[in-house]
Write a protein that binds this ligand. Structure first.
Ligand SMILES: [Zn+2]
Length: 376
């Protein structure tokens, strides 16, 4: 509902409709996957790179499914209890593709905790918050390649040499990784403007939608008012979790991914690289994670990529075939208007967020006018 990931419209925008969609939800359900098996599959990938398995305490203390009979905060999270071997995930897992990827994300946090556990307490942290968010996603980029999904039996009959299938795959990835970028950027743009009082309380919702229209190219489905507060629908706003870390993560995870692929001797285009089982790639990642926050982040970056900057180059390299395809398809016809569209008139279906007003204005008022006209 935040338009932060667009993969639910994958079937509508898939470039080659007659070719396979790379979503493995149906296959997982057909094979009777359970939550436990999803976590074990993720664990096995990390283990193949030379990482440690989850601890006994992880399996006994984590909450991996929505509990019965009590309310919990279901937003997935990973916890370092700062006790030996006590690391936990809290998640209300559903058996589907999206949650399978989220599991890798959360387990990436756990692996980071485990790698820097011997650092002094003050350094048991990510090199910067974006690094912490990027670890599991880096692994998931490899997991999601058609080659890997096929290897673990979740994708059948996929032709890896087929260019159309590649474009379908990259579109699915872009609906997640590219569609997220403006969203990841605008959350804290909005919040920082609130903190420095350049957005006043009466403008909270209006400025929120200005950013949504301008940066994301989306507009509200129904009329919004100054007493609505849509930003509060986002967990990180109400839970006071900084957000720019995710924007950073979505850029640097491609840098980490490329570094791991290079270490694994990948010769294929970047988006095809699966470094499963490659201990050299694993060692490269671990050497960076073990630093925790004991060194400034550019040093951690250098450890894995050989240079010290945040760089969108690998992200662009990854999506290059899709970019070329879209440029051919769309020509110069792309983009959107900066401004939010005017509010729809109240009598348009869905045009008013106030049902009681809607019935007055749209139904009773015309009847009243007609009645007055008739009486005259
Ligand atoms: Zn996270």
């Amino acid at each position: 509902m935040w338009s932060q990931s667009w993969n639910n419209i994958a079937d509508l925008v898939q470039p080659f409709q007659n070719k396979q969609l790379m979503d493995v939800t149906d296959e997982m359900r057909r094979q009777g996957y359970t939550t436990k098996r999803m976590f074990e599959t993720a664990e096995a990938f990390f283990y193949s790179l030379g990482f440690d398995n989850m601890t006994d305490l992880f399996w006994s203390k984590s909450m991996l499914e929505r509990p019965e009979g009590r309310d919990v905060v279901c937003h997935a999270s990973a916890w370092d209890m700062n006790e030996p071997r006590d690391f936990r995930i809290k998640m209300c897992t559903t058996v589907n593709h999206e949650d399978f990827i989220t599991i890798h994300h959360e387990m990436g946090h756990i692996q980071y905790y485990m790698q820097y556990k011997d650092q002094p307490l003050v350094y048991r942290n990510g090199a910067n918050p974006g690094f912490h968010e990027a670890v599991g996603d880096t692994i998931a980029l490899s997991v999601q390649t058609p080659k890997h999904l096929k290897a673990i039996g979740l994708l059948n009959d996929v032709n890896e040499q087929d260019k159309d299938t590649d474009i379908n795959f990259l579109m699915l990835m872009a609906l997640d990784k590219i569609a997220f970028l403006p969203f990841g950027y605008l959350i804290d743009r909005w919040r920082w403007s609130v903190f420095r009082s350049s957005t006043s309380p009466e403008k909270y919702n209006e400025n929120w939608w200005d950013l949504r229209c301008r940066l994301q190219g989306i507009s509200p489905a129904v009329t919004r008012h100054s007493d609505d507060f849509d930003p509060a629908a986002k967990y990180h706003i109400v839970a006071d979790v900084p957000y720019i870390r995710y924007f950073v993560s979505f850029v640097i995870q491609f840098q980490f991914y490329k570094a791991a692929c290079d270490a694994a001797g990948n010769t294929e285009p970047l988006y095809k690289c699966d470094f499963y089982n490659n201990k050299v790639a694993g060692e490269k990642l671990r050497s960076m994670l073990q630093l925790g926050s004991s060194k400034p982040w550019p040093e951690a970056m250098e450890k894995i990529t050989g240079q010290r900057r945040m760089d969108a180059g690998p992200l662009l390299e990854y999506f290059e075939p899709l970019m070329d395809y879209l440029k051919k398809q769309n020509g110069d016809d792309y983009g959107w208007e900066d401004k939010c569209p005017e509010n729809p008139p109240p009598c348009v279906k869905g045009g008013s967020s106030r049902p009681e007003l809607h019935s007055w204005i749209c139904v009773l008022l015309p009847v009243f006018i007609a009645l007055v006209g008739w009486l005259k």
